[in-house]
Write a protein that binds this ligand. Structure first.
Ligand code: F0G
Length: 409
């Protein structure tokens, strides 16, 4: 086997990695990159691999870009795995870490995929890149496209993207198109028009995006001293990141770099939960949610493009998917900020919300080692944060006024 191959997840047909492709030419299913682990490990055995600081490109031997590719990087990955003692105590678990991927250069995990995706786009000679987005993908793509000097066209659902994300996409110079419809409809337009309009799609159906995002799982294992957690809680929207994490854990295990892998628990918002519904009913086919709704706009997705990949990944891990309410998400968002110093956007709090619910329902052993993935920074969506916080108190500009307010004598 060559080091990397792009194959259909269903029929296994091989596809040329030197031209853009997002679906199998024979059966239309998703594509994935298969890595020859032995060859990859041999490439990385330079005696320095273990000592390289964690980042997406620490793992360059496990990422399918050509040796001569010009890498476009803003320093993504290497995000903290935060031990959350106070939060753990509050929700009743012994060992809790948050992988805070909201601290990536544009404030979300998307940067991991985008550094690889843009590097690939330029390698393929593409002049325009595009995506549909609930916000973060567009912000990230716009930044990396600017860095690489390629045109960027993003389609977002009108009125449903957090302001910070919109500001990012616009400031980074993307052509921002708002669609009178939801994310699923915007993605449909992107997929159907990209070939005709000569645009390279960098949604998570692009298998190279997943290759960047899988490095988060490698990092978690490295940060835990070469072991993997027992459980990984992760929000699920379009299903790319959960599939990417699983790919990373599996590859690390198969290379002998960690002795096991976690059970994955996918978390969806109640109003946008077609994957959790598959697990609840045991069905093998997805029934899309026509009008998805949730305060966590990043995961307001009713027809996840990667559902097959992620359902397979979660099942292989021995895990499942479940839902949390908007109220539970907002509660978790506050607790994370107050007790762990992690200010996440609502979708980035879904994993902790799911863990909290599982602990309350007694479906998880309190002594388990858990990593919750927090996917996006809270500053992206200040409206939500402010609307659920106390209004600041105004005082006159005097020490006495402050003293009175604090009840100090
Ligand atoms: N969390 C955040 C903050 C996100 O932005 C997304 C997806 C997810 C979780 C879910 O990840 O789709 O890989 O399952 N955001 C996409 C976007 C859809 O357009 O920014 P997923």
């Amino acid at each position: 086997m060559v080091s990397f191959e792009m194959k259909c997840i269903e029929c296994g047909k091989s596809h040329d990695m030197a031209s853009p492709a997002y679906a199998c030419a024979s059966c239309g299913n998703l594509l994935e990159i298969k890595m020859d682990s032995d060859a990859a490990l041999k490439r990385a055995s330079d005696g320095k691999f273990e000592r390289r600081p964690i980042s997406v490109w620490k793992y360059k031997e496990f990422i399918p870009v050509g040796p001569k590719a010009r890498v476009f990087s803003l320093g993504e990955g290497g995000t903290r795995l935060i031990e959350c003692k106070r939060l753990a105590e509050k929700i009743g678990i012994k060992n809790l870490h948050i992988k805070f991927d909201g601290t990536n250069p544009t404030g979300s995990f998307k940067d991991r995929g985008m550094t690889v995706g843009i590097t690939k786009a330029v390698e393929l000679g593409m002049k325009t890149v595009t995506c549909a987005s609930t916000g973060n993908t567009s912000a990230s793509l716009a930044a990396y496209a600017g860095l690489a000097g390629v045109r960027c066209v993003v389609l977002i659902p009108a009125g449903k993207v957090a302001l910070g994300k919109l500001a990012q996409a616009m400031m980074h110079g993307a052509t921002v198109v708002t669609v009178n419809g939801n994310f699923d409809q915007a993605l449909d337009i992107v997929m159907k028009s990209s070939d005709r309009l000569g645009m390279y799609v960098l949604n998570s159906v692009n298998p190279f995006r997943i290759e960047g995002q899988k490095t988060a799982a490698y990092e978690v294992c490295d940060q835990l001293g070469g072991s993997s957690p027992e459980y990984l809680y992760i929000p699920v929207g379009n299903g790319g990141n959960s599939a990417a994490y699983w790919k990373g854990f599996e590859e690390y295990e198969s290379m002998g770099l960690t002795p096991g892998h976690p059970i994955i628990r996918g978390i969806q918002a109640e109003g946008a939960a077609p994957i959790a519904e598959m697990f609840r009913t045991g069905k093998d086919e997805l029934s899309p949610v026509k009008k998805p709704e949730t305060v966590a706009t990043a995961i307001r997705i009713g027809n996840p493009a990667n559902w097959k990949k992620t359902v397979r990944a979660i099942r292989e891990s021995g895990g499942s998917a479940t839902t949390v309410s908007d109220e539970e998400i907002l509660k978790a968002q506050k607790s994370m900020a107050k007790l762990a110093g992690v200010f996440a956007e609502p979708a980035g709090a879904a994993a902790v919300a799911g863990l909290t619910k599982d602990l309350e329902m007694g479906v998880l052993d309190k002594s388990s080692t858990v990593v919750c993935v927090s996917t996006g920074h809270g500053l992206k969506d200040p409206d939500i944060a402010i609307s659920q916080s106390m209004t600041p108190v105004t005082i006159e500009a005097s020490i006495e006024a402050l003293q009175r307010l604090l009840g100090a004598t």
